[in-house]
Write a protein that binds this ligand. Structure first.
Ligand SMILES: NC(=O)c1ccc[n+]([C@@H]2O[C@H](COP(=O)([O-])OP(=O)(O)OC[C@H]3O[C@@H](n4cnc5c(N)ncnc54)[C@H](OP(=O)(O)O)[C@@H]3O)[C@@H](O)[C@H]2O)c1
Length: 352
């Protein structure tokens, strides 16, 4: 897909990577079963006693993931940029799950001070799973409070900062099953990290900027996994994508640019082509809870064009496995956010 081309939520080109080559009939070459196939929300294991923090929990995939996690007994910290919208969403979940253990906390990923304040409020409260879910897509160029291009700032840098600030809460030394799940998109496959113009100041294309931020999500998830492995930490980092799901995501761009035609077109696409937000939440739920989910993996819907269906392990783009890019992005993200991780430089490769 080039600049100005029509919107597609499917990966623009199916990039066949060495990993994809090794995926055959739901089995990996080394004999491990690709256990996600046919997995639904009914398969979410008991989550009693587990605390799960999720960003963007008030809408779409974040809301549906919250509902299923709460239904299965998790304490869910709903990190939302609007407490009011978060409380409305929590009420919505409670209608289905009256005893849901939910807490709404303010966390605006477009404002590093808000991210820090959220982390400070949590103090040393243990967290078992952090789900980096919030996102914006294909919006007109704007900047976060800290002067970052909004899609890169919210989708990637905000989550980079948040994860680093919550690393101690994830108890890497003690907790045998803590996880960091980062929600990317099939659109990451057209993404490139433009280190010469990371904030798209010289030229801005709303889809290129989204694709860059979503590639950054996958690079980050894999680099974090390498560092966790190197530190012998009892934690996994994985990336997921929801396929194409009917949420509010598609409307933000048209709303902000005042395009009623594009909004109507998105509404039609969402009605005709997209799967439900509940289905879109499955890869996230799988990565966050399934005993078989593996660190360094990428999970997404296994059906038509990887836009719909139940989750399976997939290959991400070749560029997403580039360790040099991942390491450089990590350093730059640390410089830009001022957040450093207490994790060693990686010495191991992601075992995927
Ligand atoms: N739906 C799809 O087809 C699709 C496809 C590929 C990837 N994804 C990814 O899935 C994730 C969830 O999106 P969705 O489809 O569920 O969209 P959604 O319904 O629009 O939900 C996005 C969530 O992110 C929150 N958010 C936006 N900016 C934020 C900020 N500055 N700080 C904190 N939270 C912020 C939104 O809060 P407000 O309600 O306050 O705006 C909302 O809760 C995103 O990362 C997206 O890139 C979705």
């Amino acid at each position: 897909m080039g600049r100005g081309d029509p919107v597609s939520f499917a990966p623009a080109v199916r990039v066949v990577t060495p990993l994809e080559d090794r995926l055959q009939g739901g089995h990996l070459e080394d004999g491990r079963h690709n256990a996600g196939m046919g997995w639904t929300a009914d398969d979410v294991p008991d989550q009693y006693g587990r605390t799960i923090a999720i960003t963007g929990a008030n809408s779409g995939i974040g809301l549906e993931a919250t509902r299923e996690l709460a239904r299965n007994g998790a304490t869910v910290i709903m990190a939302c940029r609007s407490v009011e919208r978060g409380e409305d969403a929590a009420d919505d979940v409670r209608e289905d799950v009256p005893d849901a253990d939910l807490r709404v906390e303010e966390c605006d990923l477009g404002d590093l001070e808000s991210v820090r304040t959220f982390a400070d409020r949590l103090g040393d409260e243990p967290i078992d799973v952090l789900i980096n879910n919030a996102g914006v897509m294909a919006i007109p160029r704007s900047e976060t409070e800290d002067g970052f291009e909004t899609q890169f700032g919210v989708n990637h840098l905000g989550h980079f900062a948040l994860t680093g600030l919550l690393l101690e809460n994830l108890r890497l030394d003690e907790e045998p099953d803590s996880r960091i799940v980062t929600v990317s998109s099939g659109v990451h496959e057209r993404g490139r990290i433009d280190f010469d113009d990371l904030q798209s100041e010289d030229s801005y294309d709303k889809w290129d900027a989204y694709a860059q931020s979503k590639l950054a999500n996958v690079l980050f998830a894999y680099e974090l996994e390498r560092r966790l492995l190197t530190a012998d930490a009892h934690a996994k980092s994985m990336a997921v994508h929801p396929g194409y799901a009917n949420t509010q995501l598609q409307f933000r761009g048209p709303e902000q640019s005042g395009s009623r035609v594009r909004k109507a077109a998105m509404k039609l696409m969402n009605t005709v082509v997209a799967q439900s937000a509940e289905m879109g939440a499955l890869p996230t739920l799988y990565a966050a809870t399934a005993p078989d989910a593996e660190g360094g993996a990428y999970y997404g819907p296994g059906g038509f064009q990887n836009m719909r269906g139940t989750p399976e392990r997939q290959a991400s783009s070749d560029r997403s496995y580039d360790e040099e890019t991942a390491r450089r992005l990590w350093r730059v993200s640390s410089d830009l956010t001022g957040v450093t991780y207490d994790l060693p430089e990686p010495k191991a490769e992601v075992p995927v």
